[in-house]
Design a protein around this ligand. Structure first.
Ligand SMILES: [Zn+2]
Ligand SMILES: [Zn+2]
Length: 275
């Protein structure tokens, strides 16, 4: 009996944890929308006084042409990361940079699927954009069995419901420990200095959303790629790398740091990779 009570308690705790995580990052009926990397015009202010990241240790130079990612120590059981573009494709350089960034962090084989049309039932006429959760729902029924995650990429604006906001523009949406995520380039380009800036923001959001699908919730560490975007694309501009705690949480689902990060480090942070 005692073992059974224990099991029930553990089950109850596990369910509570899952519910908490889901409410942190996935929108839907009764759940808070994923606030990270939202970039609505009503962007909330960020904590400017947050301390710099302590994740770094050794200087390293940014390179416009990062060294090739380490060869993944692929195991047959490692699920694939599928990239699925919806609608007009990304610029070639953006897609290439996104692939390099994924390969820098994740050991999984990556497969780029043919571009497909946006699901019309995801279209939201009042704002002429697409509902992110509907894109995810559409994908969920088609995710290949061998997928770790299917990453949807699109150039159109996407949105979801956030609290009192029925339709809130976002950069990306994922379910914690889910198998699908969607990222839009649209808001990454807003206020960007140039195409490279947009590209780096986009890739950071892709890595962030894949991080959610690996089970990572939002992280309070300033500069961590899993930071909550708090409604502004500007968050991505000070993000650098996964912090040690996030790396510890996912373990071998992330590759060890190896070589320069894919993106330019924020000017105020040391240029480092976490060993
Ligand atoms: Zn997030
Ligand atoms: Zn972190």
């Amino acid at each position: 009996m005692s073992a059974r009570v224990h099991a029930l308690v553990l089950l109850s705790v596990a369910i509570s944890c899952i519910a908490l995580l889901l409410s942190a990052c996935r929108s839907g009926p009764g759940a808070a929308p994923e606030p990270t990397h939202e970039a609505a015009p009503q962007a909330s202010s960020r904590a400017a006084s947050a301390p710099p990241s302590s994740t770094s240790a050794a200087p390293k130079a940014a390179s416009p042409e990062p060294t090739p990612p380490p060869t993944p120590a692929s195991s047959p059981a490692l699920g694939k990361i599928y990239l699925q573009q919806f609608g007009d494709p990304l610029p070639d350089q953006d897609l290439a940079f996104t692939l390099r960034s994924i390969a820098y962090y994740f050991p999984n084989p990556v497969v780029v699927l043919p571009v497909r049309e946006l699901p019309q039932d995801a279209y939201y006429p009042p704002r002429s954009r697409y509902r992110a959760e509907k894109i995810l729902d559409k994908m969920a029924g088609e995710t290949p069995a061998d997928a770790q995650v299917v990453v949807a990429l699109t150039t159109v604006d996407i949105s979801t419901t956030k609290g009192e906001y029925e339709d809130w523009g976002i950069l990306g949406l994922a379910t914690v420990s889910g198998r699908e995520c969607v990222i839009s380039r649209f808001r990454a380009a807003r206020g960007a200095k140039n195409a490279e800036h947009t590209r780096q923001r986009l890739a950071k959001v892709v890595v962030h959303e894949i991080g959610h699908t690996l089970g990572l919730p939002h992280c309070p560490e300033y500069g961590c790629l899993m930071e909550d975007g708090k409604g502004t694309v500007l968050t991505t501009d000070h993000e650098l790398d996964f912090c040690p705690q996030c790396r510890k949480t996912v373990g071998e689902k992330l590759l060890p740091s190896n070589g320069p990060l894919p993106w330019d480090p924020p000017a105020h942070l040391p240029m480092v990779a976490v060993p």
